[in-house]
Design a binder for this molecule. Structure first.
Ligand code: GDP
Ligand code: MG
Length: 166
């Protein structure tokens, strides 16, 4: 199996950290500052049963409509039109208008996975289910996978969910 997988989400949810840990290299740039990833950055994962090209994207911005942000938003839209599978990355327990804006960009006919990142920061796991239900009510997801990109938790589960969609 092989194919292209886009990683999208609002700034700071951990998209670049996820790419880094998925392919095991410090390829994409991570930082606390939004906008670090101005361009698309790709990472190739080669395993016995699959070759996956992950495409990191800049965080989609809705609030600041300057030229750079508009260019980055176009980049996200173009990437989404091109890939086989989309990973919508959100932060556990945090859902806002910027997340909603990214969700709306995902083509309705494209397989998408909901990746709930930073579960290591979620003190009360009982809040996870209502959080997921709120997002899943807005779109069908092929799978919903809670992960910690930073700690490398559940990334194998994420890959397992991605592969059949390629
Ligand atoms: P991006 O803007 O979506 O690409 O986000 P980054 O990958 O640059 O990460 C933003 C911040 O969140 C960085 O300080 C990361 O170290 C942090 N981060 C990313 N993933 C996790 C995670 O699973 N757990 C925790 N606690 N922090 C994370
Ligand atoms: Mg980034």
């Amino acid at each position: 199996r092989c194919g292209f997988v886009a990683i999208v989400g609002r700034p700071n949810v951990g998209k670049s950290t996820l790419l880094n840990h998925l392919i095991g290299l410090k390829l994409s740039i991570t930082s606390r500052k939004a906008q670090t990833t101005r361009h698309r950055i790709t990472g190739v994962l080669t395993e016995a049963d699959a070759q996956v090209v992950f495409v990191d994207t800049p965080g989609f911005q809705t609030r600041h409509r300057n030229a750079l942000n508009q260019a980055m938003n176009r980049n996200v839209t173009t990437t989404l039109a091109d890939v086989d599978v989309i990973l919508l990355v959100v932060e556990a327990g945090r859902w806002g208008p910027d997340d909603e804006a990214v969700l709306k960009l995902i083509p309705p006919d494209r397989p998408a996975l909901l990746v709930i990142n930073k579960i290591d920061l979620m003190a009360d796991r009982a809040q996870l289910l209502p959080f997921i239900e709120r997002i899943a009510a807005q779109r069908d997801f092929a799978a919903i996978v809670p992960v910690s990109a930073q700690k490398g938790q559940q990334l194998d589960g994420l890959l397992k969910a991605v592969k059949p969609l390629l």
